[in-house]
Ligand binder design. Structure first.
Ligand code: ST9
Ligand code: ZN
Ligand code: ZN
Length: 329
């Protein structure tokens, strides 16, 4: 019970819990209404998030101003932290936990939990529940970052206001029992604020200063805050830019698009038209590791025996989908 019964050859990989009883694990069909936000809904701003996100950006601006004084090693640490925390999101909360596109050894899951915590993008259970809700109810009122509400809302505005009631109502029908049963994720959720403080900010500050000999201030500002804000923007761009701009070779009836620029920054996560068609594909794109840093990382882990059961859409299924719904690009 609670497990997906099958992997469809394309389309969705989640099933809704019966609306009348979350305990009743029978599955119901998946209505997918499209359309703009209901005219009866009023946006309610959440000021502490607006101030928090605003302050982070002011500190980042200050980091850019003082950045010429930073050592080369500090920039290398910035890049290392960007990649590692990015993989905690792409290989971790996205491909492994949300989409269950591959299976992994507990040691790999532990490392990815640590990297994911250092990424500070909400704990995995919340991140994945929102992301499953996004896939299931894409671009409707029930989509947490519905791109019909404009670039800014899809990018980061959704984190600055209360969720549409439909997000919560329909989101509660999404099965997350697999995530709640994971002991690493339960631990991460329980101690999230303190773990984030330690792993996202204190650890990079101390480590960088120790390794490179740079000041604590530069170490906090560049591999800490600036790296955090950079990874946030590139992640947010998947919801904004990659839902607005790019080709639709797999499905021209949906907005998610193939956006190469986003893909480059997001370690292979910008092939978003493909991803919305085949969300269970571990490569989140038609292509293999050459064009996709996260796929490369997962493949290396598989070669080491830490990862197995990678799901991939077959060329025949992709071709059929392209000719059925693609834009012929
Ligand atoms: C951040 C996350 O930035 C970014 C995620 C982006 C995802 C992109 C994915 C793209 C693909 C992957 C690409 C990766 C690329 C990476 C590249 C890296 C180099 N279903 O939430 P509340 C319930 S985080 C079911 O408070 P409000 C909830 O359980 C940044 N239920 O809603 C609760 O119930 P209860 C740091 C749901 O009050 C109740 O509703 N974080 C769902 O409207 C209230 O929940 C932040 O900045 C659901 N989907 O507040 C802000 N949703 O009471 C963090 C909610 O029973 N968030 N519920 O427990 C918040 O402060 C708030 O959520 C809020 C909304 C203010 C936004
Ligand atoms: Zn999307
Ligand atoms: Zn996804």
């Amino acid at each position: 019970p609670g497990e997906n019964k099958s992997v469809p050859d394309d389309g969705d990989d989640y099933y809704l819990l019966d609306e009348t009883s979350a305990k009743d694990l029978s599955f119901v069909p998946l209505p997918r209404p499209k359309g703009p936000i209901s005219k009866y809904f009023r946006t309610q701003l959440v000021w502490y998030n607006i101030i928090g996100i605003g302050t982070l950006h002011l500190i980042s601006l200050y980091a850019i101003i003082v950045s010429p004084s930073a050592r080369l090693g500090t920039w290398l640490m910035y890049m290392w932290m960007y990649m590692m925390t990015g993989l905690g999101v792409t290989a971790g909360s996205h491909r492994m936990w949300t989409h269950k596109s591959y299976k992994a050894h507990w040691s790999y899951r532990l490392v990815l939990t640590i990297l994911n915590t250092a990424a500070f993008q909400n704990h995995v259970i919340e991140w994945s529940r929102d992301h499953r809700t996004h896939h299931k109810f894409s671009e409707t009122d029930a989509d947490p970052h519905n791109a019909h509400r404009g670039f800014f809302f899809a990018h980061c505005g959704w984190l600055m206001c209360r969720k549409h009631p439909e997000v919560i109502r329909k989101g509660r029908m999404i099965d997350i029992s697999d995530l709640e049963a994971d002991p690493f994720l339960a631990f991460q959720r329980k101690y999230y604020p303190i773990l984030v403080l330690l792993l996202a900010f204190i650890a990079p500050t101390i480590l960088n200063s120790w390794i490179t000999g740079d000041t604590y201030l530069n170490s906090f500002l560049i591999p800490g805050v600036l790296r955090y804000v950079s990874t946030l923007h590139i992640t947010w761009s998947v919801n904004s830019a990659a839902h607005l701009w790019g080709a639709h070779p797999y499905d021209d009836t949906i907005h998610p698009a193939e956006n190469l620029i986003v893909s480059m920054g997001a370690i292979g996560e910008g092939f978003h038209n493909y991803h919305h068609c085949f969300p269970w594909d571990y490569s989140t794109s038609e292509y293999g590791p050459l064009f996709n840093g996260t796929t490369c990382f997962i493949d290396i882990a598989a070669a080491l025996g830490l990862v197995w059961d990678r799901k991939k859409a077959s060329p025949a299924v992709i071709k059929a989908r392209r000719s059925r719904t693609g834009d012929k690009s």
